[in-house]
Design a protein around this ligand. Structure first.
Ligand code: XMP
Length: 514
C-alpha cells in the first residue's frame, strides 16, 4: 500500500511550516500541512501516523490565538509540538505558560535527557535555535521535562504514555545542531514510521489516480517548457497517453533553440506518446508588440495574445474535459491552505482557463515541492536540461529587451544569452546560480572594430543567487569567466559593441530588467 504512513503538520502560523514538511519528506515519509482548525473528524479521516504542531507568533492565552481541538491530543496518535505548538500542548493539558524573565533568541546551549525516545542516540549537550518570549513554566500532569537551557527549565517535555512531545526550540532549522536527528527520532522511534514514501510510489499512485479520474476523457495541457508543466505533461502522458494534447505556443520570445528543444522532447519524434501541437506564433506576437515600449503593456499584450492563440487552437481541438495545471505544493500553501484550488494568477499563461471550455482542472503535482518535481521528472526520463532549467518568465525575452521589440533585438539577446549560458556551464556554475541571462539595454554606444567606428548596442549580463526570488544576491562569478563571455559576445554577436555586468541586488532592483 502507498501512503500508509502520513504525518500531518498542523499550521499555527509559523514561518517554518514548509520547512517542517520538507524535513519529514526528507525521511521518505509522506506529509501534508493542514490548518490548525481542521475539524477533528476530518483529521481522523486522514489517518495520520503522527502529528506535528508548528510554531506561531501568538501567545496561547491571547484572544483569537489559534487553538486546535483538544481531542487531537486524545487520539492516541503521537504529537510533537514545536515552540508555540509546545506551549499549546502545555496549555491544553493544564500546564502553565508564562512570560519568560529573559527572552531567548538565537543559538542557545541546551542539555537533553538522552533517555527520552525523542533524544535517543544524541549528545546530551549541544546548541538549539530558540525564538520565544513565553515558555512552559509548569508541567502538565503526567509530563516530565526532558531538556533545559539556562533560561528555560522546560525546554522540552514528554508524556511517553500519551505519546505527546513538546520542544520549545526549533528542530527544523539547521542552527539546531541535532535537529534533524530529533525529528527523525520522533518519526521513527515515537511514530514508528518506516520511511517508505519514494518518488516511484508517488508516480504509481498518481498514475492510478489520474486514470480513475480521467477515464476516457480528453485532457489539454498548456506546455511552456518550464519544469512544472513539462513534468505534469509527462506524468499525464504516462497515465493516459494519446488522450492528452499538449499545446506549446512559441511566441518567438524564447531563448535560442528552446522551442526546438521542447519539440525534440515532446514532439512526434520525441520521447513520449502524446499529441503535441506547436504553434509558431512569432509573427502574431511581434506584430502586436511593434513600437510598444512600456513594460507592463508588453506583458499585457503577450498575455492576451497567448489567450487568442489558445482560443484558436482549442476551437480546432474541440471541447476538452480536463485542463492540466503545473501547480506545486508551495503554490498551494501560498494561496491559502483551504483555498488550494485557486488558480495561480501569476501562472505563465495567465487567464488561460477562462477561455477554454473544460470541466475540471487536474493538478498532478500539487503535493510536491520543487526538488521533488525535479526528481520525478528525472525518474520519468526527462532530460537534465529540462529538469534543471532555470525559471524563465512567461513574457520571455520581451522583458529582457528594454524598450520596443524587433526581430533583430531578439536575435541579439538570444545569441548573447546562449554564449553566457554556455560559458557558465563550462565553468561548472550552472547549478550554483539560480537565474542568469543576458538582456539588451536600449543603449547604443560608440566602439571600434578593426579600423571601423561602430555604434552598437550594450548587452547587460545578470546573474543572481536566491532561494525564493523575492530577494536576490549578485552571483559571484570568476572574473575570467565574465571576461571570456564579454569577449565572445562582442566578437560573435552582430550589433553589440559593449557588455556590462549588473551588480545590483534585489531589492532595490528586480531580477528581470522590466
Ligand atoms: P523580478 O523581475 O520580479 O522576478 O525580480 C522574480 C522572478 O519572477 C520571474 N518573472 C516573471 N515570471 N511572468 C512570469 O511568468 C512575468 O511577467 C514575470 N516577471 C518576472 C523572473 O524571471 C524571476 O524568476
Amino acid at each position: 500500500m502507498i501512503n500508509e504512513e502520513k504525518i500531518i503538520v498542523m499550521d499555527f502560523g509559523g514561518q517554518y511550516n514548509q520547512l517542517i514538511a520538507r524535513r519529514v519528506r526528507e525521511n521518505n515519509i509522506y506529509c501534508e500541512i493542514v490548518s490548525y482548525d481542521t475539524p477533528i473528524e476530518k483529521l481522523k479521516e486522514m489517518k495520520p501516523t503522527g502529528i506535528i504542531f508548528t510554531g506561531g507568533p501568538d501567545v496561547v492565552y491571547q484572544k483569537d490565538a489559534p487553538i486546535c481541538d483538544k481531542q487531537v491530543l486524545e487520539l492516541g496518535i503521537p504529537v510533537l509540538g514545536i515552540c508555540y505548538g509546545a506551549q499549546l500542548i502545555a496549555y491544553l493539558k493544564d500546564g502553565l505558560v508564562e512570560k519568560a524573565s529573559t527572552r531567548e533568541y538565537g543559538r542557545t546551549e541546551i542539555e537533553y535527557n538522552t533517555e527520552s525516545l525523542l533524544f535517543k542516540d544524541m549528545k546530551s549537550k549541544s546548541i538549539c535555535w530558540m525564538s520565544h518570549t513565553y515558555q512552559i513554566t509548569k508541567l502538565p500532569e503526567g509530563f516530565k521535562g526532558i531538556a533545559s537551557t539556562e533560561n528555560c527549565k522546560i525546554a522540552a517535555m514528554e508524556s511517553e504514555n500519551e505519546k505527546l512531545y513538546a520542544v520549545q526550540f526549533h528542530p527544523e532549522v539547521l542552527h539546531t545542531e541535532q535537529g534533524t536527528k530529533i525529528l527523525s527520532n520522533f518519526l521513527f522511534n515515537v511514530c514508528k514510521c518506516e520511511g517508505n514514501w519514494k518518488m516511484d510510489t508517488f508516480f504509481e499512485k498518481a498514475v492510478k489516480e489520474i486514470r480513475e479520474e480521467v477515464k476516457d476523457g480528453k485532457v489539454l495541457c498548456a506546455l511552456s517548457g518550464g519544469v512544472d508543466s513539462s513534468v505534469a505533461a509527462v506524468l499525464l502522458s504516462k497515465a493516459i497517453g494519446k488522450q492528452l494534447t499538449c499545446v506549446f505556443v512559441d511566441h518567438g520570445l524564447l531563448r535560442k533553440n528552446e522551442g526546438d528543444e521542447v519539440e525534440a522532447v515532446f514532439g512526434n519524434n520525441g520521447l513520449y506518446d502524446l499529441n503535441f501541437i506547436r504553434i509558431n506564433a512569432k509573427d502574431r506576437f511581434y506584430e502586436k508588440l511593434k513600437g510598444v515600449e512600456e513594460p507592463e503593456k508588453k506583458r499585457k499584450i503577450i498575455g492576451e495574445e497567448f489567450i487568442r492563440v489558445f482560443e484558436d487552437v482549442s476551437k480546432e481541438i474541440g471541447a476538452v474535459d480536463y485542463l492540466v495545471q503545473g501547480t506545486i505544493y508551495p503554490d498551494v500553501i501560498e494561496s491559502g491552505l483551504a483555498k488550494s484550488a485557486v488558480i495561480k494568477s501569476h501562472h505563465n499563461v495567465g487567464g488561460l482557463p477562462s477561455v477554454v471550455n473544460f470541466k475540471k482542472i487536474i493538478e498532478p503535482l500539487r503535493l510536491l515541492f520543487k526538488d521533488e518535481v525535479r526528481k520525478l521528472g528525472l525518474e520519468m526520463g526527462l532530460p537534465d536540461n529540462l529538469v534543471y532549467r532555470q525559471p524563465f518568465p512567461g513574457p520571455g525575452l520581451a522583458i529582457r529587451i528594454i524598450g520596443d521589440i524587433t526581430e533583430e533585438k531578439v536575435k541579439i539577446v538570444q545569441d548573447a544569452d546562449f554564449i553566457f549560458r554556455e560559458e557558465i556551464a563550462k565553468a561548472g556554475l550552472d547549478k550554483k546560480i539560480n537565474q542568469y541571462f543576458a538582456a539588451l539595454t536600449n543603449m547604443r554606444s560608440v566602439g571600434c572594430m578593426g579600423d571601423e567606428r561602430t555604434y552598437d548596442y550594450a548587452v547587460a549580463l545578470r546573474a543572481v543567487t536566491t532561494t525564493d526570488f523575492m530577494t536576490a544576491e549578485v552571483a559571484r562569478i570568476p572574473h575570467e569567466v565574465i571576461e571570456k563571455v564579454a569577449n565572445r559576445i562582442v566578437n560573435e554577436v552582430n550589433g553589440v559593441s559593449r557588455v556590462l555586468f549588473d551588480y545590483t541586488t534585489k531589492p532595490p532592483a528586480t531580477i528581470e530588467f522590466e
